[in-house]
Design a binder for this molecule. Structure first.
Ligand code: KG4
Ligand code: ZN
Length: 361
């Protein structure tokens, strides 16, 4: 049995986890900084780094303790090294390097984006190794990403669609900020939307070929959320300003706005699934916590697709997804040196180590 110790500090969660053989999560500790960033309506990188520094020792210790293992039992330490906020990433990377150097353990740098996809397979009754799941379509939706990726059986991954402006999570966060609902926007919008009628207002579905204007082929699987946000602003102004939107009108607004985002995400994902002949569809990332998105993704998926929706605890940032993906690298014997660097952006196309015995990164 291989025990991987995972560390995640790419954004505003300090997380650590111990996972056995890429499958069994022995601990999954997450310390959220949301309350610290809330007054600013978004994540402040330097503040995130300071908070990670304060929390990392304790969070890592808790992860080992909960898993019931000693540092010497660990086979490798894995850490997110991008994409993310550089000052935040560096805290996790330096901690992991210290652990690796002091304990003489291999170090594995992990791409946060692919880790999100891996997280959907925990307790899913299936694994990446199942050849019948390929080609695999993944929709990763978070505060930093909105992308559709097609992965082939040999580990070749291709991003077929991405956002041209805001990520889906930002569309939620910025709308909540506009309406003075607090941060993060996703959960608060979902809650209000539960009391609203999603057919009350019609918000635009950008790049879907609506309004009699066909979408160009190059943007068929791309997203744009700046239009829906601007449309919300005009909607608010037409009602006398954001502060005038309250009660039932607020709930109907939130439900209609949320529906516009969910509709675009699902229709593009399943159009891509059809186009690329996908056998399975994965939904992951922080926005995948959204109940309406989860329901619609499952309901609208063509019957021939095997659907994997990450459990909520593996949707938002966590280190179990990092430690799990790292097991694939561990099994392939591919490690990083103590010169491992942090990257704000990382390519998420190319060969990826999803498949046991398959592709090497
Ligand atoms: O994956 P994540 O924790 O961090 C990033 O890597 O960005 O995602 C955070 C994002 C935030 O934008 C937050 O508003 C959104 O996920 N989110 C939601 C929900 N819960 C979190 N969006 C919609 N509905 C939710 N229930
Ligand atoms: Zn994330």
């Amino acid at each position: 049995m291989a025990l991987i110790f995972g560390i995640e500090t790419s954004c505003d969660e300090t997380a650590a986890s111990v996972v056995a053989d890429g499958k069994t999560v022995l601990s999954n500790v997450v310390a959220s900084q949301i309350a610290k960033h809330a007054p600013y309506g978004g994540v402040v990188p330097e503040l995130a780094a300071r908070e990670h520094l304060t929390a990392i020792g304790h969070v890592a210790g808790e992860a080992l303790k909960t898993a019931g293992v000693k540092p010497s039992d660990i086979d490798a330490v894995a850490v997110t090294n991008g994409p993310g906020l550089i000052p935040a990433l560096l805290v996790g990377i330096n901690f992991a390097k210290g652990f690796a150097a002091a304990r003489k353990k291999p170090l594995i740098g992990i791409n946060h984006f692919f880790a999100h996809i891996y997280g959907a397979f925990y307790d899913a009754g299936s694994s990446f190794d199942d050849p019948s799941l390929y080609p695999m379509l993944s929709l990763v939706v978070s505060g930093g990403h909105t992308s559709i990726v097609i992965t082939e059986r040999d580990g070749q991954a291709k991003v077929v669609g991405s956002t041209l402006d805001d990520a889906a999570g930002e569309a939620f966060d910025k709308a909540a900020k506009m309406l003075n609902l607090g941060y993060p926007g996703g959960p608060v919008i979902q809650k209000g939307a539960e009391k609203g009628d999603s057919t009350k207002f019609r918000f635009p579905r950008s790049l879907t070929g609506g309004a009699g204007k066909p979408v160009e082929e190059e943007n068929r699987f791309n997203f744009s959320f700046s239009g829906v946000k601007t449309s919300l602003l005009y909607h608010a102004r037409s009602l006398g300003g954001p502060e005038k939107i309250e009660g039932q009108i607020l709930y109907d607004t939130l439900a209609s706005y949320q529906e516009a985002i969910v509709d675009v995400l699902c229709s593009k994902a399943f159009d891509a699934a059809e186009r690329f002949g996908a056998a399975s569809a994965v939904l992951s990332g922080g926005v995948a916590c959204n109940s309406v998105l989860r329901d619609e993704f499952a309901r609208r998926a063509p019957k021939k697709l095997k659907v994997f929706i990450a459990q909520r605890k593996y949707c938002t940032d966590n280190a179990a997804m990092v430690a799990g993906l790292a097991f694939q690298r561990f099994a392939a014997g591919r490690f990083d040196g103590l010169d491992l660097d942090a990257y704000a952006r990382m390519p998420y196309a190319g060969k990826i180590p999803f498949l046991a015995g398959g592709a090497k990164p």
